[in-house]
Design a protein around this ligand. Structure first.
Ligand code: NAP
Length: 274
């Protein structure tokens, strides 16, 4: 079902030589969507590919069952292990990065190709416009089904929209409760049918996980505070990411999909810290 959109993304950052085993474990546990990046500094994408191959061989999944997402990262976000020739122009770097991702992942298309972060923290630059156009061409050539942007502000998105170029299918951002869970960016996304992917939902929000009423609610529902946060995220329309390395947490995170929060809880958590 390659055209289906996922309900939970398993993130593969910071796993180094455990990447293959944890990717395979995530698939065995039931995840069907994998987030990675061709950025060796934080991700071992070839290890993700090894985990996929192991899962295919074991008959757990086929490529068609999966949603695979990777990213293009500018040189300043990389270390010396670059997936492209840094002297090539940006369009060529995008093409080389995605070709290398497809090789790492043992596939001829990804489901989503994401700009890891704009070139400036403040505005959508001409470099970003060039990269975005190159990514659009990769999509039109069938090497990715969908496109996304990550680590963006409302201003980035408004400038991208004003440029008249295609809007992304996904926005992937770190989601802090103290900003109303990225309220402005989520509103922009909601108004344009862009799917908001939230990461660091647990690590960015210790004050939520330690909030006594949230702990009490979790206890009442027979859930963990982490499950309540993931369920809340889905309740406000987010597609959550988890990068857990723990088998029990993998199961708990997936089980949060069937946790039903009382209707008044979602707006209460949304307004809790921002
Ligand atoms: N676009 C970007 O720039 C960007 C940046 C950062 C991350 N990401 C993506 O997002 C993914 C997730 O990253 P993250 O920042 O959200 O952090 P994460 O890697 O998911 O880390 C979550 C932390 O919370 C702990 N944890 C405790 N209970 C948990 C539970 N029930 N479920 C899950 N974790 C639990 C985990 O420990 P245990 O391992 O012991 O469970 C881990 O230390 C990454 O792998 C990556 O794919 C993208």
């Amino acid at each position: 079902m390659p055209s289906a959109l996922p309900d939970f993304l398993y993130g593969t950052a910071w796993k180094e030589d455990r990447t293959a085993a944890l990717t395979e474990l995530a698939l065995r546990t039931g995840f069907r969507a994998i987030d990675t990046a061709n950025q060796r500094r934080h991700y071992f994408e070839a290890g993700v590919g090894e985990g996929l191959t192991a899962a295919y061989r074991a008959g757990i999944v086929t490529r068609g069952d999966l949603f695979l997402q990777t990213k293009f990262t500018y040189q300043r976000g990389q270390d010396h292990r670059l997936p492209y020739d840094p002297s090539a122009n940006l369009a060529m770097q995008v093409a080389q990065s995605l070709a290398s991702s497809l090789e790492h992942l043992g596939t001829d298309y990804v489901d989503s190709f994401v700009l890891h972060g704009p070139s400036s923290g403040y505005e959508w630059t001409s470099d970003d416009a060039e990269v975005w156009e190159a990514m659009r061409k990769q999509r039109d050539s069938g090497r990715t089904r969908l496109l996304g942007v990550s680590n963006v502000s409302l201003q980035h998105l408004e400038q991208l929209a004003a440029s008249g170029s295609d809007l992304p299918a996904f926005v992937q951002n770190r989601c802090f409760a103290r900003t109303g869970w990225d309220r402005e960016v989520r509103a922009f996304c909601r108004a344009r049918q862009i799917i908001y992917q939230g990461f660091s939902l647990l690590t960015a929000n210790p004050e939520v996980l330690n909030h006594p009423p949230l702990i009490a609610l979790a206890g009442k529902l027979g859930a963990t505070p982490a499950q309540v946060v993931f369920s809340f995220a889905r309740g406000v329309g987010m597609l959550p990411l988890t990068g857990t390395s723990n088998a029990d947490h993998m199961r708990q995170d997936l089980a949060s999909l069937s946790l039903n929060l009382p209707p008044e809880v979602v707006p209460a958590i949304e307004a809790m810290a921002g």
